[in-house]
Design a protein around this ligand. Structure first.
Ligand code: DOR
Ligand code: ZN
Ligand code: ZN
Length: 353
């Protein structure tokens, strides 16, 4: 028999809910249902929609789509070569700005130096600039933040040298934070070979040495982020598969299994999935907690998930924990294997100043 424990509900600073523009992959309703089923009370949604959330009309359309949410949510604004002048208005409505400095899914790439400089100059200091920066672009992101006195949040750190560089930047007192995904903590390029396109995402899975470096440097990592990036199985199995994997419902079971194996402490895990994202992104969710059962033996199964895409790169993996209940602001929102609140229960998070 397992043991029931109560923990703070999760805050995931990095999800792609696809709504509007990609609702065959996920919607605000299905994506936030997946969040609740995974033990999260709040998600911050990325801007690489179609069209991207890089003008105020697109942001309004996302605000309308989000009215169906069943957990709390906030938005990332998409910085482009042409929208630096909108920074003050966007900053009032979004938790931070996302800049895609290297190529990934969607049209938001900004790799031109003058455009990057304009964006970093325009964005308010003290509010995060999250970067998708693979390879040496990580170094450019850290330098841009330092040059213009801005807070840079490095998304999905995946390589050993990156985490070493971020440690160095922090030691120098640079305003840099970073996140790691469960897929980069639990899978490697060997899994990617076995999974085929289902193991493809940006940044790609690293070597065993990269993965070990993430575990060895967990003290440098601020937050756990799923980078929940659903695509349909049909799309993933097509000749031109898009990068990205879902992750909201598998993160806590995997991480709690790592706790049971002694790979990190429960306190450190809570800091990564709740305390640090709450503090960094100014989110308070009183009476929001998750009831998990530990000491169980279960296997991850895509066809049991709430996410619309209903597959997982962790298919068949053994885990020792499951999420029984998720409470949001005093209401049991997930329990008995189903969503217990109506669309619209989720609230927009306001930046605590
Ligand atoms: O693999 C990824 N998929 N990486 C990203 O940065 C974007 C994401 C997506 O939106 O599918
Ligand atoms: Zn990314
Ligand atoms: Zn992402």
């Amino acid at each position: 028999m397992g043991k029931r424990i109560q923990l703070p509900a999760g805050i995931d600073p990095h999800v792609h809910l696809r709504d509007p523009g990609g609702t065959h992959k996920e919607t605000f309703l299905t994506g936030t249902a997946a969040a609740l089923a995974g033990g999260y009370s709040c998600v911050l949604d990325m801007p690489n929609n179609q069209p991207p959330i890089a003008d105020l009309e697109a942001l309004s359309a996302k605000e309308r789509a989000a009215a169906a949410a069943v957990c709390d949510y906030g938005f990332w604004w998409g910085g482009t070569a042409a929208n630096a002048d909108l920074a003050p208005q966007a900053a009032a409505r979004c938790v931070g700005m996302k800049v895609y400095m290297t190529h990934t899914y969607g049209p938001l790439l900004v790799d031109d130096a003058p455009a990057l400089v304009r964006l970093f100059q325009a964005w308010p200091a003290g509010r995060p600039i999250a970067v998708h920066a693979e390879g040496s672009a990580t170094l450019a992101a850290i330098l841009l933040g330092q040059l213009y006195g801005k807070w840079v949040h490095i998304c999905h750190v995946s390589e050993a040298w990156q985490i070493a560089a971020i440690r160095r930047a922090k030691e120098q007192g640079f305003r840099v934070t970073c996140e790691v995904t469960p897929h980069h903590l639990f899978l490697t390029e060997d899994d990617a070979r076995a999974l085929g396109s289902l193991g493809q995402m940006r940044p790609p899975l690293g070597t065993a040495a990269d993965r070990q470096a993430l575990w060895d440097n967990l003290d440098v990592i601020d937050v756990l982020a799923t980078d929940h990036a659903p695509h349909t199985l049909e799309e993933k199995r097509s000749a031109n598969p898009p990068p990205g994997v879902p992750g909201l419902e598998t993160a806590l079971p995997l991480m709690l299994t790592a706790v049971a194996e002694g790979r990190l402490t429960l306190e450190r895990l809570v800091a990564l999935y709740h305390d640090a994202p709450a503090r960094l992104f100014g989110i308070s969710a009183p009476d929001s907690f998750v009831v998990v059962e530990t000491g169980v033996r279960a296997a991850i199964r895509g066809d049991t998930l709430q996410t619309k895409c209903r597959w997982t790169p962790f298919e068949g993996m053994a885990v020792g924990a499951r999420v029984l209940e998720t409470w949001v602001r005093g209401t049991r929102a997930w329990g008995d294997g189903r969503i217990l609140v109506a669309p619209g229960f989720g609230q927009r998070v306001r930046r605590g100043e």
